[in-house]
Design a protein around this ligand. Sequence first.
Ligand SMILES: Cc1cc2nc3c(=O)[nH]c(=O)nc-3n(C[C@H](O)[C@H](O)[C@H](O)COP(=O)(O)OP(=O)(O)OC[C@H]3O[C@@H](n4cnc5c(N)ncnc54)[C@H](O)[C@@H]3O)c2cc1C
Length: 417
Amino acid sequence: MAQTDSTTETEKRDLRTGEPFWLADGAPNLAVRKTPKHSTYDVIIAGSGISGALTAWHLCDGKRRVLLIDRRPPVTGSTPASTAMIQYEIDTPLFKLSEMIGQDKARRAWKRSAKAVQRLGEIVRLENIPCGYTEKPALYLAGDEFGFRALQTEQAAREAAGLTSRFIPAQELRETYGMDRTGALLSEPSASADPAQLTAGLLRRAMDSGLEIVSPMEVCDFVATGAQAALTLSNDQILTCGHAVFCTGYEFLKSLESREHRIISTWAIAARPRGKLPVWLDDHIVWEGSDPYLYFRTHTDGHVVIGGEDEPFETGHMNAAKLQRKTATLVEKFEKLTGVSLYPPAHRWAAAFGESTTGLPFLGPVPGHSHVHALMGFGGNGITFSVIGAEIVAAAIAGKPDPDASIFAFPSDTDAP
Ligand SMILES: Cc1cc2nc3c(=O)[nH]c(=O)nc-3n(C[C@H](O)[C@H](O)[C@H](O)COP(=O)(O)OP(=O)(O)OC[C@H]3O[C@@H](n4cnc5c(N)ncnc54)[C@H](O)[C@@H]3O)c2cc1C
């Protein structure tokens, strides 16, 4: 179970504190309805973040009747709080994950993650979504949790699995990147994007193919009977559907809780550099093998976006003093590591974040219910997991089960009614 500090239940309903960079100009403008048009749908999706948007994009084919419901205005959950480093690297290194779940499954999880990053790039290009999507390699620096030896072991594991990754020794790291660490891994594919515009773009394309969005409206509960699910809404309406998909991010129905995952807190900033940035910084996304870890990348408008300082408290992100302290630490760590000086950040924010024991997400049918699905994409590469989750759920709904579904399945202790 998540640990909590003294914050109240009401405050827990706030997913974020401070102003995320990606919402500085307001939430994306999407046409929504106040109430559903129909009482029955082929699919009902709860949640309008990146998971719900990708799921809707896959399912809306002009034939299915698909409804998406959000308790908030669209794209104002945790997705716009994301630093949106889109990478295949899972928080748990491949060699560690192999120890946890076996080599074959671990390799399949990592390779599926790499495929998902490629697939997201293809979707953005296909749909011509203006979201600053930029492909760039990821640099994973040796840190206090995974140092020189661990990175060498990890490089060997990635190479054996056929993943694109290269070990960068300390001297090359200093000469090419000006950073002083015992080594790093350089890997592809990865990318960065504006997560709010990416999500809004996907929702707009799905709306072109018939998606209906209702907001603000909460899905309070579900019952699954035979080949249908019934959802109770906050206006007491009951809707029925062939399939229900919960894409509710770090807020989920009590019945989806598991001992295998935790909600924690994380912090981020966006700041302008005082001088010209080194060219490599624009061309890479960077993270490290430390606990807590630091990660950063630039955006197309010149801001440096930095995140990290995670702590294991579900409500820590709501503390205003911590927001100041933690974001000051992010600036200090970044400047010390890169030698790049920043102006005081114009945007500082904190948010809920999720992690699981293995670093893998839970995606697919809720135990005991083949018609109720959920996407719980935990970890630093949650967006990549959303891509995989949407594919798994869309395949299940189309009656063509995904070959990797079992790797990302819900743990058996999930206690759905
Ligand atoms: C600071 C920060 C940095 C991050 N950095 C990265 C990164 O660099 N790369 C990466 O890949 N990932 C990153 N992540 C993780 C990533 O942002 C998440 O995995 C992803 O955004 C989750 O998307 P989602 O659609 O599942 O959830 P959300 O975006 O939270 O959407 C869920 C939606 O469901 C709605 N909802 C909840 N309950 C209900 C209900 N009962 N009824 C109706 N609606 C409901 C909410 O209002 C919300 O709009 C980061 C996260 C944070 C907080």
